[in-house]
Design a protein around this ligand. Structure first.
Ligand SMILES: *Cc1c(COP(=O)(O)O)cnc(C)c1O
Length: 429
């Protein structure tokens, strides 16, 4: 019998519809699709920006509104464990990113959480002022460093950027002992390039540098081993591969070894060791709860908490295998269509070097994306010229890949995408 790994190992290039149908039949994750509400006649390739809605979320939201909030009112903080949700949701994420209990908590947005861990890390590095990152990092990450730098002054905090196209060896050379913090996003939001967490963390730490990993495009998309890689701090997003819903709360990981030394500046009452003593002096909580600030957003955190249950029986290695296979098939199909030659893949092809998306450059990427969307294939566009396709193995089928590439080829071959309506710019791309 032909298996998935057989096709990957032999770098199978001849992808046919019957083959994809066969792969769907053999797919151990096939039934997970039923856990999601998906619109009809749509191939959703944007789960890296906003994950699809799990059915469990609709049930949970209904319960929170019609029973917990409306009927049980404020008693729900205790009776429905609202107060513990940042921890309980956090522990569900911890399992997916290789963190032992007590080190990961759900709260606020990724941007705000970055500010908290970055300030904490800078405080632990007296005498060092440079935050090193890549120029192509997601802008909010760079903006948050710039904000902290203007608050602390340039004698205490400076952002240094190196070109994102650097190879690993050049990046290693930049890890000098002047650097306080290395801030990296594990999977690049444009190209989908995956960095080597283990090696870079080790090299940086050998120079006394603390490392913060942004897991926005990797949590829920591939196996991560934060503890095993000895990572110092990490942050990540709840609404991308974790499917927590628009604007879902984000998360913070801080290695237990740092809990005593750190103090984060957004010292709100939820991070106090005893919030309901209403003490006038701030005394940080002992563990990961010290990273909390204000009252958790229970409606959205409940949605995220329910969404995380979809992962309860998912092996991340299995999910990764399917992700790589789906993207392999996608790109091979692109290569099979002559009309798609102008699409230039900027995602590294080696499995160890890519996350769970494909990115193609094309001069008319925006129009291509709009045309795809109006033909039922939801992708997204990233300025200036990137068509981005998110691969989410929990709800994508192999035949969806066929559908997506066939649609793309038809739109290009017919020049349909050049119609003026596809050039109209939307506020969100
Ligand atoms: C999506 C994303 C964010 C989002 O930050 P928010 O505060 O949730 O808006 C941050 N960092 C990276 C790398 C991202 O991809």
């Amino acid at each position: 019998m032909t298996t998935l790994s057989h096709y990957l190992e032999n770098n199978q290039t001849d992808i046919s519809l019957p083959l994809l149908q066969q792969l769907d039949c053999q797919d151990p994750l096939a039934t997970k699709r039923d856990a999601f509400v998906l619109p009809k006649n749509t191939v959703y390739l944007d789960g890296n920006s906003l994950g699809a809605m799990p059915k469990l979320v609709a049930e949970r939201a209904q319960q929170v509104l019609s029973k917990q909030w409306s009927q049980d009112l404020i008693k729900s903080w205790n009776s429905h464990n609202w107060i513990d949700l940042p921890v309980t949701s956090g522990e569900k994420i911890a399992r997916l990113v290789g963190a032992a209990p007590g080190q990961l908590i759900c709260c606020d947005s990724t941007s705000v959480n970055l500010f908290k861990v970055l300030s904490s890390a800078m405080q632990m590095q007296p005498g060092r002022k440079v935050v090193l990152s890549l120029a192509g990092n997601f802008p909010t990450d760079l903006y948050m460093v710039q904000g902290l730098a203007s608050l602390l002054g340039e004698h205490n905090c400076q952002l240094k950027l190196i070109d994102e196209s650097v190879n690993d060896q050049l990046l290693e050379q930049e890890l000098t002992d002047e650097i306080a913090v290395l801030l990296l996003t594990q999977v690049d939001f444009r190209s989908g390039r995956l960095l080597n967490m283990q090696r870079l963390t080790e090299l940086a730490q050998a120079k006394g540098i603390l490392v913060i990993w942004d897991l926005a495009h990797s949590a829920g998309a591939l196996p991560i081993a934060l503890d095993a890689c000895n990572v110092d701090f990490a942050i990540g997003c709840g609404y991308k591969y974790l499917n927590g819903g628009p604007g879902a709360p984000a998360f913070i990981y801080a290695a237990a070894r740092h809990h005593n030394a750190v103090s984060q500046p957004l010292s709100g009452w939820m991070g106090h060791s005893s919030p309901f003593s209403f003490d006038k002096h701030y005394q940080k909580a002992a563990g990961i709860s010290q990273f909390l600030t204000g009252t958790p957003a229970i409606l959205s955190m409940s949605a995220l908490d329910a969404a995380l249950d979809v992962f309860a029986d998912v092996e991340m290695t299995q999910l990764r295998e399917k992700s790589l296979a789906l993207s392999h098939c996608f790109h091979q199909l692109v290569l099979q269509h002559n009309c798609l030659r102008p699409l230039k893949l900027i995602t590294p092809l080696k499995p160890a070097e890519r996350g769970s998306q494909l990115a193609y450059q094309h001069p008319d990427a925006y129009a291509l994306c709009q045309a795809l969307i109006s033909h039922g294939v939801i992708a997204d566009f990233r300025a200036p010229n990137i068509l981005r396709l998110g691969i989410t193995p929990l709800y994508l089928r192999y035949v969806d890949i066929w559908q997506a590439v066939t649609t793309l080829a038809e739109l290009v071959a017919s020049n349909e995408y050049l119609k003026p309506q596809y050039a109209v710019k939307n506020k969100v791309t």
